[in-house]
Design a protein around this ligand. Sequence first.
Ligand code: SIN
Length: 473
Amino acid sequence: MPTQMLIGGAWRDGDAVLPVLDPATGERIAEVAAGSPADAVEACSVAAEAQKRWAAAAPRARAEVLRACWQTLVDHGDELAELITSENGKPLADARGEITYAAEFFRWNAEEAVRIHGTISDAPSGANKILVRHPPVGVVVVVTPWNFPAAMITRKVAPALAAGNAVVIKPAEDTPLTALRVAELLEEAGVPPGVVNVVPTTDPGAWFDAAVDHPAVRMVSFTGSTETGRKLLRRSADRVLKVGMELGGNAPFIVFDDADIDAAVEGAMVAKMRHSAQTCTAANRFFVEGGVAEEFTAKLGDAMGALTVGGGLTEGVDCGPMINAAAIEKIHRLVQSAAESGAATTLGGSPIDGPGFFYEPTVLANVTADAAITRSEIFGPVAPVIPFTDTDAMIAAANDTEMGLAAYVYTRDLGRGLHVSERLESGMVGLNRGAMSDPAAPFGGMKQSGLGREGASEGVYEFCETQYIAASW
Ligand code: SIN
């Protein structure tokens, strides 16, 4: 397991170290080399040189390297899953799912690398031709979160490499181990030295300031909170950098009274609880039509109550720890405030005594649409249920947020489901589905949930420039 930083194909120590904790115990499990701002700058310089050669390689050659990356991540799936669980805490089954998902971004983008199409057309005047092509942007700074230590890296790196870019990655302070091992495997699979660089740090602000000022850097791709995204956007504006931003969510999960309630509960458990409820697509507010609110809440309580909470490495555990003590404090504050404003706690409602950072699976009934818990991304195993009677008022409440990442709708009436989906201000809608993440689909948000899309064909063009040539012959 590498613990040094990776710059230009060389593994090195830093001036400082970054401790990595197991969130299931709170104990230190490793120390990783922490890079300085100067290390970030050096990685950008090295990436700039490597990028020229990588961009000059034939698209088919790049595609074959990406395909080999997919294979190697799949082949090392069990080992990578254990690493994810040890530093992130998620149950092994979720970690295995993450690796399949993470690897798939390489297979998908191997297929996209040879399909980056331009266009040619006649100018309306007839005087010339209009040629449009899509060269790579250059060096991309990639800043990733702790909740998907592998997949949030590969969702950016695979399309960036497919288009001919090089990357400098700052992994999350909580989960650098997976990033380093993934980078090592990518090099083993044939990614040339310097095309993928990983520089963990204990000082992300100074690291980012130094990297974005490097003249070769042309793009910032970030996944994380909207609050941090705004800061990175402001800073990227100084150099008018291209940006990709996957930010926070506040997903409504809507259940109409004609829905298959058992299927809705099953979908709710996926939408709420996958990866221990720490996803930005997580169902954050359950709007349930009056006639079925009691039945849905009771069945959701049964399903949440049947979850086994514990360390993710233990077989049979469904919900692992939260990432740190601050996460537990925030979740509990929101639950207490909902209870104070009249919600009924029908299940859970408390932190679980240590070691580690655990919270009880919790269901809150009769929450009001304007309660504080409906305005904040919970990022924990808490399901607030808001009964509704008027569909228009419910849709207005569902849209009454600056976030617009994911939404879920359950109904047996497909016409109603599609109509409601179209009215939701959300980049992604799961219609009778609790999961929608797919490397072949455009992942991203409306409003303050982000800018740009990752995955699908759109994903690779995000890492390209557009050049137009007016040509006569
Ligand atoms: C996220 O939570 O940031 C990503 C979730 C996903 O890709 O499914």
